[in-house]
Design a protein around this ligand. Sequence first.
Ligand code: AMP
Ligand code: MG
Length: 417
Amino acid sequence: MLARIATFRYFLFAVVILAISLLYPSLVSRSVARLAQLKQRFRAPSAIYKASTSAPSINRTPHNMAYEKELEVALLAVQRASILTKTVFSSHTKGTLTKSDSSPVTIGDLGAQALIIASIKHAFPEDEVVGEEDADELRKDEQERTLVWDLVQAAKLDDRSAEDKIGGPIKSVDDMLAALDSGRSNGGNKGRVWALDPIDGTKGFLRGGQYAVCLALMVDGVPTVGVIGCPNLPIDDQAPLDSSIGADADDKDGKGVLFGAVKGAGATSRPLSKGTLQEPKKIAMKAVPDVSQASFCESVEAGHSSHGDNAAIASKLGITKPSVRMDSQAKYASIARGAGDIYLRLPVNLKYEEKIWDHAAGVVLVQEAGGEVSDAWGKPLNFGIGRTLKENKGVVAAPKEIFPRVIEVVKEVLNVN
Ligand code: AMP
Ligand code: MG
């Protein structure tokens, strides 16, 4: 009898659901879509990996590591985009345009952003992206659009399964423009947001110096996965960092590094390749028992970081080695692998708001390699309040053991308590 009542109840429930779906079909489809979205957001990261690919895991990364798929997609996406940026780097005319804030952008920046966003959207369609660029210029300028489209079509990983993991080629010019425009998210402290700088250090890229392709996943405003491609840095983590590194760089043999890090799982470097990912090596910051022996990195551009304040800080720390100047987040990557020790970025103009895409990936890398990062006041960087770090001024990064001393001296020089 009880069984019959239960069957009748299920029957009644099914009839009610059927009636609702016939009367309000849009309500049902909206609910189903929302449920799918929530499922994607709250599923454990390792479960996402297992559910959406049968491919083998990344070389030597621990099995079931959190954000394993995110790391692999980011590494492959940056690796593919670096093929494109290298093509532009080695050409005489880099297709430079000037943006409304008078900073330069090249056809390389636009092509790399389109390729990377297409990769992310293929693997994680619900995720948002804060990208430095957009498609406004290309929609107006047919000649530039064709140049970027030709580059995007030519940049392929030479391994089919690697290409498949990031969605294969972009299908049309319209898809390329839509991918570029998908970088307009305003960020925030909820959910999954990627921060993308397709060519960080564009001025270095144009000058023939260092530049970097940078991508980070932020979860609820916290940088969690960071990947940086540095086509012009030496592969050897131990290669000495001298002051020539930021000038007359090239991407010939022995150059090209792909850095990756996941919060709580460490940081690695590997050679950039044109196909599958190469074997990673664990990286760590160097121990600095005597801070006066440290070497420090800073921007080449005096307009991005106060060379005078940086020099005063170094001198108070007893550092006598000249600074190593290089463009882009190659600075974060270089200290993370122990080639340098301290990164100083003291503000030139207190009105300037640092952009999240200029720091998110580098911060994960340095933290996972044993370092600390804060602003010049010693305040943690807040990545969860939009496209800029508007609550912070400047950036300081150093190994954990010497970080308090470095911040103490930074505050002395800036005259803040
Ligand atoms: P870097 O190569 O380290 O000098 O940094 C390059 C980044 O500096 C660019 O991607 C810009 O977003 C950023 N930038 C532009 N103007 C300024 C400024 N006034 N202060 C600090 N950073 C800036
Ligand atoms: Mg940048």
